[in-house]
Design a protein around this ligand. Structure first.
Ligand SMILES: NC(=O)c1ccc[n+]([C@@H]2O[C@H](COP(=O)([O-])OP(=O)(O)OC[C@H]3O[C@@H](n4cnc5c(N)ncnc54)[C@H](O)[C@@H]3O)[C@@H](O)[C@H]2O)c1
Length: 320
């Protein structure tokens, strides 16, 4: 069975759905701090926190778990700057709890949700996995600490891991059954769509003077369905007793203004914007070099058109 932590969250719920539909038996664990019970419609649900070692013991004793897919984390860069200890505790210390319990129960397959934030301000674009790792905020640093631990842990042991460094996740389940629902929402596309749906007045663009063609930041948006399929490929990779790290992005960037333009095209609504100062720690451009995932993980993004990605998010936001 596969234990999926953070399965009540945005990406975890899509991973849980896809794995379940592909015939895997899943156990969805979430404390529902930032997740939603109604996103967990597949497999078994365990309400609990990774800080609770007794509960982890209970879960590993009760279920015959052979793989852990670990998405549970706190994910706000800005909050991590304000409360760094909270991030190191939740994202690193509680991952250590999970790895310890896996060791105790001889569970040796692990898929980890990492992030493009581990690269910090890039020296070159596109960013390959060989790029230096120099995160600039506690969120990225807490993820890098886990990555380092995984690399050490896998040496000379029967523990294998796949580390997936997601760039900007976006979109929703193609049938709009599940999708992105953060509170507060910090991601560009759902905010823009909520302006279109009259739930918000305007969208703030942080920084209009970046060294990019239109002055706004450029990011690599990857559809959540393609992130979920990479996890399936990760399971196959682990079956070959290998460990590795992969970027997940489409290898193309869109500026904030281009995304807002697409949201206008998809919704047919005007989306008022206001430009404010840059936020600290926002690199101008983040674009993935995804060649390694294509070659070694045998993964490919299926949804590459930005309007199609946004349309799936819009279908879900309308339902909320
Ligand atoms: N959304 C993105 O664009 C993006 C980009 C890069 C990496 N990631 C990573 O992907 C993963 C999922 O992100 P998301 O956007 O779905 O976030 P999310 O907040 O929607 O999901 C995370 C889930 O983990 C749960 N959780 C957190 N701490 C927990 C704990 N101690 N015990 C049990 N459950 C806990 C939350 O309740 C939530 O449901 C995270 O690890 C995040 O760092 C996300």
């Amino acid at each position: 069975m596969i234990l999926i932590t953070g399965a009540g969250g945005y990406i975890g719920s899509h991973v849980n759905k896809l794995m379940f539909e592909e015939g895997y038996q899943t156990i969805a664990l979430d404390n529902l701090l930032n997740g939603h019970e109604d996103l967990i419609k597949w497999g078994k649900f365990v309400l609990g926190d990774l800080k609770d070692i007794k509960l982890l013991n209970f879960v590993f004793k009760k279920y015959d778990i052979d793989t852990v897919v670990h998405l549970a984390a706190l994910t706000s860069v800005n909050e991590s700057v304000q409360f760094p200890a909270k991030y190191y505790k939740n994202n690193f210390q509680y991952t250590l709890n999970l790895l310890n319990i896996m060791e105790k129960f001889n569970v040796g397959k692990f898929i980890f949700s990492s992030t493009a934030s581990v690269y910090g301000e890039p020296d070159s674009i596109p960013i390959s996995e060989k790029h230096p790792l120099k995160p600039v905020n506690p969120y990225g640093k807490s993820k890098l600490m886990v990555e380092n631990l995984l690399s050490e842990r896998s040496k000379n042991s029967d523990f294998n891991y796949v580390c997936l460094r997601y760039f900007n996740a976006c979109g929703a389940d193609l049938s709009a059954e599940i999708g992105e629902n953060h509170d507060p929402e910090t991601h560009l596309i759902p905010i823009a769509l909520n302006v279109a749906l009259n739930k918000l007045e305007k969208i703030t663009i942080y920084g209009g003077d970046y060294p990019t063609p239109d002055g706004t930041c450029i990011r690599d948006y990857i559809h959540v369905h393609d992130i979920a399929t990479a996890h399936l490929k990760g399971l196959e990779f682990l079956d070959e007793n290998k460990s590795d790290v992969f970027n997940l992005g489409i290898g193309r960037g869109f500026s904030v203004k281009e995304i807002i333009k697409s949201c206008r095209e998809v919704t047919g609504y005007e989306i008022p914007t206001v430009v404010e100062n840059r936020r600290e720690g926002d690199p101008a451009i983040l674009i993935a070099d995804n060649k390694k995932a294509k070659k070694n993980l045998k993964w490919k993004a299926e949804i590459n058109d930005i309007n199609s990605m946004i349309k799936t998010a819009y279908n879900y936001q309308k339902k909320l």
